[in-house]
Design a protein around this ligand. Structure first.
Ligand code: HEC
Length: 148
């Protein structure tokens, strides 16, 4: 079974109302899943731009999802979850939490600006510039807080 199928199988357990307090490694798992989703949305946007694939409203949809995930991302880094599990998150996050939050917010704002441009029917060069801004925000955080 691949990972998604395993998650789907466990989802029925969650649906039955079983809840438990998350251990620190679960936060690491969540961070990687959330960032993997952000990466997937970004690849979808870039693929559409590169290939001219036409899917109605997709750029705004993907950008809005990225904005939402980035806005809440810092909450997945509570005290006591530094250096646990197999992670690329640097310990510097916890000693610079205000800056980490600001960088997450900057990414969310860039994603929101991209969504707004896509919704208003901006041309490809403007969309491209907004995608570039978003990419810089990803990189800006990864440079300081993610292991290569
Ligand atoms: C506020 C900081 C921050 C921003 C902004 C950010 N990231 Fe990340 N990203 C991280 C951290 C920290 C990790 C490492 C997570 C871990 O391994 O625990 C990560 C990991 C990743 C990963 C690897 C996920 C995996 O499977 O382990 C991808 C892909 C990724 N980010 C894509 C992006 C993209 C694309 C953007 C911009 C749209 C972005 N990130 C914006 C902090 C950020």
């Amino acid at each position: 079974m691949n990972k998604v199928m395993i998650v789907l199988a466990t989802a029925t357990v969650f649906a039955a109302g079983v809840a438990q307090a998350a251990d620190p490694e679960a936060y690491v798992e969540y961070r990687k899943a959330a960032m993997g989703a952000v990466g997937g949305h970004m690849v979808a946007i870039a693929t559409r731009m590169k290939t001219g694939v036409e899917v109605p409203d997709d750029t705004a949809l993907h950008a809005t999802a990225i904005a939402g995930i980035l806005e809440s991302f810092p909450a997945a880094f509570p005290e006591g979850t530094a250096g646990v599990g197999k992670t690329e998150a640097k310990d510097a996050i916890w000693s610079n939490m205000d800056d980490f939050k600001a960088k997450a917010m900057k990414g969310a704002e860039a994603a929101t600006a991209l969504a707004a441009a896509a919704e208003s029917g901006a041309d490809m060069s403007e969309i491209g510039a907004k995608v570039g801004d978003l990419g810089k925000a990803c990189k800006g955080c990864h440079e300081d807080y993610k292991e290569k």
